[in-house]
Design a protein around this ligand. Structure first.
Ligand code: UDP
Length: 366
């Protein structure tokens, strides 16, 4: 049996980036994944020429020049700019919160009018330090926006009250006084031309890969095959849930091919921000790549609490879970042969660019 420098458990972005770097430096890697394909959650399935983001929409954006150059050296990116629409009980609003949204909500037409309105709305939280997501949202944009565009969406997505969620989640969203619907603040953004599988295949060039391989089913044999292990699965699963289970949110996708429908919703992402609609958003995949196919594929996303056997997507970084994660992290630090990295192993709400950055840094430490 071949012996490797690294056994990499999980063929997502962290594992593939680490494998790519190690291979470039003359190290041998075996990447395994329990799924029947590589790519982790950025994997796309081609349906009638449309790249369907099988595990949820992924839009690459970054402020990190090094990461942007790194991915562009592997695959060309298109000029897709995320500008989701919010549908609140049939009313449409632009996201993120910008002059278009303020006009739609209050009829204000100038930045000065919008700022005055927001200031008036923010008074409720004046002088107070936001302790949770609700307070953070109100102190950022006030109660009107909180109630129509944040509260019910967030409570659907996380299955928890906004008063029980950490403030940082909402700080991801920009607030601007220009008519700019670009969801992200980052200067670089796009989707790989040809889809994310191209990026993954290039990262895995020259790397041995074994899919449909369960690390836990053959842990001893697999561990003996390499000097070091890079583990990117859930950290609590690695330690057999010895301190109990960390909470995750999972997503159920209801994906539909609409034959003969060229354009279903006119935008890649429409968020349903009311509590009446059971799903959080509808993704129309072709718009990520300006598709001109005669058909379309849409996915409705339903957010649920994770249970064993389903896919963990979002770590729930509340106080209880953070404390539990710290205990697992202490155990992880004692595993000298194992590197823990990525969204699940670090229990962190990582974006793709941050995952790549962290894998590059982790390999450099090696
Ligand atoms: N959010 C919201 N209304 C929206 C979209 C997002 O209140 O229409 C909040 C919600 O709390 C969510 C967070 O912003 O968890 C981050 O949303 P984003 O779309 O960036 O998360 P993703 O699911 O794409 O990682």
């Amino acid at each position: 049996m071949k012996h490797y420098d690294y056994l990499i458990v999980g063929a997502g972005l962290f594992g593939c980036t680490f494998a790519h770097q190690a291979t470039l430096h003359g190290k041998s890697c075996l990447v395994i994944d329990v799924r029947s394909h590589t790519g982790g959650n950025i994997y796309c399935e081609n349906v009638k020429g449309i790249n369907v983001h099988k595990y949820g929409a992924h839009i690459f954006h970054t402020a990190n020049k090094r990461v942007w150059k790194y991915v562009n050296d592997l695959v060309e990116f298109n000029r897709y700019t995320n500008s989701p629409i919010a549908n609140y009980k049939g009313e449409f609003y632009n996201l993120p919160f910008n002059m278009n949204t303020f006009y739609q909500l209050w009829g204000v037409k100038t930045p000065a009018e919008a700022q005055a309105k927001i200031k008036e709305q923010q008074q409720e939280m004046e002088g107070q330090n936001p302790k949770n997501l609700e307070e953070q949202a109100i102190s950022l944009v006030g109660r009107d926006i909180y109630e129509k565009l944040i509260k019910e969406y967030t409570e659907k997505q996380w299955g928890r009250k906004c008063t029980e969620l950490p403030a940082f989640i909402i700080r991801r969203l920009p607030v601007r006084f220009t008519f700019d619907n670009n969801y992200f603040r980052d200067p670089y953004q796009g989707i790989p031309i040809g889809g994310y599988n191209v990026l993954i295949d290039r990262l895995l060039d020259g790397v041995d890969v074994c899919v449909s391989t369960d690390f836990f089913a053959e842990k001893n044999v697999l561990t003996a095959m390499a000097d070091k292990i890079v583990y990117t699965g859930a950290i609590d699963a690695y330690f057999n849930y010895c301190y109990g289970k960390l909470s995750y949110r999972t997503v159920r996708f209801e994906t539909e091919l609409l034959e003969g429908v060229e354009n279903y919703q006119g935008n890649a992402v429409v968020n349903y921000t009311d509590a009446v609609t059971p799903f959080t958003r509808i993704i129309e995949h072709k718009h990520f790549e300006f598709g001109t196919q005669p058909d379309t594929v849409i996915s409705r996303e339903y957010s649920l609490e994770w249970t064993e056997g389903s896919e963990p997507y979002y770590p729930v970084n509340d106080v209880t879970n953070e404390d539990l994660y710290k205990k697992y992290k202490e155990l992880a630090c004692k595993e000298k042969k194992v590197i823990f990295g990525g969204r699940l192993a670090e229990y962190k709400y990582y974006d793709m660019d941050k995952v790549i950055e962290s894998a590059l840094n982790r390999y450099e430490q090696e």
